[in-house]
Design a protein around this ligand. Sequence first.
Ligand SMILES: Nc1ncnc2c1ncn2[C@@H]1O[C@H](COP(=O)(O)OP(=O)(O)OP(=O)(O)O)[C@@H](O)[C@H]1O
Ligand SMILES: [Mg+2]
Length: 299
Amino acid sequence: MLEARGLGVQIGSTTILQEISLRLHPGELCALIGPSGAGKSTLIKVLLGLRSPSEGTVTVSGGPISSAGPVGYVPQDDALHHSLTVRQALTFSARLRLHTVDPAGQGARIDAVCEQVGLGERLDVRIRSLSGGQRKRVSVALELLSQPDLLILDEPTSGLDPGLEAKMMGLFADVAGGGRVVMVATHAMQSLSRCDVLAVLVRGRLAWLGRPADALRWFEVDRFAGIFDQLPRHAPPVWARRWMGSQECRTFAGRPPPPVRGAAPERLADTSTPQPPATAPDLKAQLEALKAEYARKKP
Ligand SMILES: Nc1ncnc2c1ncn2[C@@H]1O[C@H](COP(=O)(O)OP(=O)(O)OP(=O)(O)O)[C@@H](O)[C@H]1O
Ligand SMILES: [Mg+2]
């Protein structure tokens, strides 16, 4: 479970986030929406431990994120090596992230994620020659390799056509359905009803956290884009107070975790049987080997 309590971020005299509390269960796909500059990327960085909050705490399954299992993060700006082919990027990443898996297993995982994001045809194309939407999908594929228990994606569908956006949101719903927490910051409105949870951020405040369909009623609109037209009706602290003081907020906070579809992923099902620790990998040596291989293959 991902839990944030009373998060605040202050930069100089500017308040970027204030009083953000949320709880997401394994199995839930949460969409994070809000006007540009509302604080979505900042909140994501705080949730992932990439930025320290000025106030509040974040826990994953009750502990600090540093002790959580694999975590996936697709940043708003891609961090890809543009001179590599898609296959090279995935292979290098698989060697680092799946170092306890044999090469055949790593290859199978690469094939599986390429299939998931629809990149099978582009495996031997250099990343610099891909379209913006294809590059986004490479970023997503890299994070899916390690089957993270917590996956947070910052506008992963920007640059995708509506059909592909719907497919990717379907993929994130499937990933969450396997017992993971998935959060997606997005400006795309057409697939929000596929999400289990909708969070609406306005100028650093949480104006809503609940079921997407209930949000339409709360904001008195008939389509999600209409929420943005309603936000100027109240000041952000008023929205936040109305939400936190509502019966809907209390009911939603006490919701039961969703049932996990299909077999639970091993990492989540594995809590009762302690496993012997894997042999500590010599990550530095592996990194050096990868660097050397990359330098050899560089055009
Ligand atoms: N390092 C920083 N120093 C000062 N201000 C910052 C910093 N990072 C973000 N901000 C400010 O915090 C606010 C929230 O930024 P953030 O990137 O989180 O918004 P966002 O909701 O992700 O926007 P977008 O939808 O455009 O990506 C903005 O006003 C931004 O200018
Ligand atoms: Mg952003």
